[in-house]
Ligand binder design. Structure first.
Ligand code: DGT
Ligand code: CA
Ligand code: CA
Ligand code: ZN
Length: 578
């Protein structure tokens, strides 16, 4: 965790506890400051060394907050926050992971019932104690009971978008250690699963002791969970990282084994057995012994490289994103793996926000950001108002006409193509929240569900996909990873309609969403639909999150031809003008 992230996390914890105590306004200020510190390009400890005034130069950081930041950087603690934590000794992260439970609820339930953990919350709800608390009712209590299991499970997994940067940092660090010959990420993080149980790192080296030592000494390590001869585990920024060290000659076999998924490995092993071969984490051997104590028995056929392992059992190397046992073993054996979309194939972003709605930057800044990122085109698609849009985030139709003028003015000076768009809300009945005249005047219409996100949403989305002005169905299920599962959607039916009506289905690349999922993408493209990968960026710093969407598309076997924004601006224009 960078120092900026660390400080931001402390301020957010502060905000939660203040909110839990019923303090008004302040929590918002703390969250805003936290966000700006996270995005601040310089190192916070440098500013802190120059004193409170220097820290105060960051947007949204006033006197009260800057003195706390200096205190934190100097002493490793904010005194006032430590006191708050003692007053309210709650597991805030776990409790607020329950859909519908915010910091204020946590504070009220602690006050009334002394609840500090998920287990205590569950027992209280089961005993009917929560509905007796002032301001709570039977419905809230039932809601808690319905969502607690999901929260408990979710709380144990990190978002790919959080874990991946740590994984890459540690991989790059280890790659620079003398004793390390080969180094790679394995497990779910290499397969780009949306959530990660732990980060697996694999090293090929003849000096395991030196590698384990370098690993546990890493700057980013918060604590060492265990350190053995060839294995070690640490906690880094809330994520568990598992290291395994193998000899370089067995690195490929180990990578194949530790990348998983388990189901993929079972399929691979069965294919090997059919050929009188044995595959395990040490190599491919030319005898079919499954229950032999000597794992290395037999003549070694392959093991140094992963490609060699697959080749030895007569199949093409399988891209990690496909290793979920969804037909990839048969496809690789038949030489019929898809020609997957690559990160560099993406040419634009068709769903972004400016400060006309809830983004933090002007239209011109967003367009500059897209240009710098290397895109050929970008769409500005601010939220419209409409039923279900919370908290005055959306732009009313009459203002959207003015925004359209501004987008066109920025477009006239831009180096890249700029599409004028909107993100309209899809109401529960499938209707669209914006006037048809306005929809027709815009280049691109993204329509997304934002509220009433439970139950079957297929009819709702199908109705929207049929709307003649709608070009993209944004984050179709509305899920938030680890927070709410979103709508149930019959993807095949939606995709069939979308294909007929020239509507693209979004893979929202925001790490909190990754919606559609990989398996839904596979169903959608098999039904003939076009997908589009968008960041939903609320600032220029988020354009780079597109990679999470690209790898989700790859998990769905997507080829460049399946993806709208892997096409030229002209082709996109044709698609959205239809
Ligand atoms: P995660 O960490 O829950 O997000 O998921 P993975 O897939 O990273 O699972 P993890 O960390 O438990 O193990 C990493 C890989 O090691 C896994 O994908 C496949 C392999 N592996 C671990 N245990 C077994 C096992 O008992 N059998 C087989 N075939 N493979 C295993
Ligand atoms: Ca793992
Ligand atoms: Ca692991
Ligand atoms: Zn959006």
């Amino acid at each position: 965790m960078s120092r900026n992230d660390e400080v931001a996390t402390e301020l957010e914890a502060f905000a939660d506890l203040l909110e839990a105590k019923g303090v008004e306004y302040k929590p918002r200020a703390y969250r805003r400051a936290a966000e700006n510190i996270r995005e601040y390009p310089g190192a916070i400890e440098g500013l802190a060394a120059d004193g409170e005034d220097a820290v105060g130069e960051i947007d949204g950081v006033g006197d009260a907050i800057s003195s706390k930041i200096v205190e934190y950087v100097e002493t490793g603690e904010i005194g006032e926050l430590a006191e708050l934590r003692e007053e309210l000794p709650v597991d805030m992260a776990a409790l607020t992971a329950v859909e519908g439970v915010g910091p204020k609820t946590v504070g009220d339930l602690y006050e009334a019932l002394g609840i500090t953990t998920l287990d205590e919350l569950e027992s209280a709800a089961e005993a009917g104690e929560i509905q007796e608390v002032r301001g709570f009712g039977a419905k809230t209590e039932q809601n808690i009971l319905d969502n607690i299991d999901f929260a408990r499970e979710a709380h144990e997994r990190s978002l790919l978008g959080e874990a991946r940067p740590y994984g890459e940092e540690i991989r790059d660090y280890l790659a620079g250690v003398d004793a390390v010959e080969r180094c790679a990420l394995g497990g779910s993080i290499r397969r780009w699963k949306p959530t990660i149980g732990d980060v697996d790192v694999l090293v090929g080296s003849d000096d395991d002791e030196a590698v384990v030592e370098a690993f546990t000494d890493w700057d980013g390590t918060d604590s060492v969970i265990e350190a053995g001869e060839t294995k070690a585990s640490v906690r880094a920024g809330g994520v568990r990282v598992d290291l395994r060290v193998v000899v370089p000659e067995e690195f490929g076999a180990a990578m194949q084994y530790f990348t998983g998924s388990k189901a993929h490995n079972v399929s691979v092993r069965n294919r090997a057995i059919e050929r009188d071969l044995k595959v395990n984490e040490y190599g491919v051997f030319d005898i079919e012994v499954v229950e032999d104590d000597d794992q290395r028995a037999g003549r070694l056929v392959a093991g140094e490289t992963e490609a060699g392992v697959y080749e030895a059992i007569g199949m093409a190397w399988v891209p990690p994103e496909l290793r979920e046992d969804r037909g990839e073993v048969a496809a690789a054996a038949a030489g019929e793996l898809p020609d997957l979309l690559a990160e560099g194939d993406v040419r634009g972003d068709l769903h972004t926000h400016s400060n006309w709605s809830d983004g933090g930057y002007s239209i011109a800044e967003m367009v500059d950001g897209a240009t710098e990122f290397g895109h050929d085109y970008v769409a500005i698609s601010d939220h419209a108002t409409g039923p279900g849009m919370v908290g005055g985030v959306g732009v009313p139709d009459e203002d959207l006409w003015n925004e359209l003028d501004e987008i066109e003015a920025v477009a006239a000076d831009a180096e890249i193509d700029v599409f004028a768009g909107v993100e309209a809300n899809i109401a529960p009945d499938g209707s669209i929240s914006v006037d048809d005249d306005l929809l027709a005047a815009l280049d691109i219409v993204v329509a997304s569900p934002h509220a009433a996100l439970d139950g079957d949403g297929t009819d709702r989305l199908v109705t929207a996909a049929k709307h003649p002005e709608v070009d993209v169905i944004g984050h179709p299920t509305g899920r938030f990873l680890n927070r709410r599962p979103g709508l149930d959607v019959d993807v095949e039916r939606l995709a069939t309609v979308a294909a007929d009506h020239g509507t693209a289905l979004e893979i929202n690349a925001s790490p909190a969403r990754l919606d559609l999922t990989g398996s839904a993408v596979k169903q959608a493209t098999e039904a003939g639909a076009t997908v589009v990968i968008n960041t939903d960026a609320h600032g220029p710093g988020e354009f780079e999150q597109i990679r999470y969407g690209v790898h989700t598309a790859r998990r769905g076997w997507a080829e460049p031809g399946d993806v709208l924004n892997a096409q030229s601006a002209d082709t996109v224009r044709e698609f959205i003008n239809e």
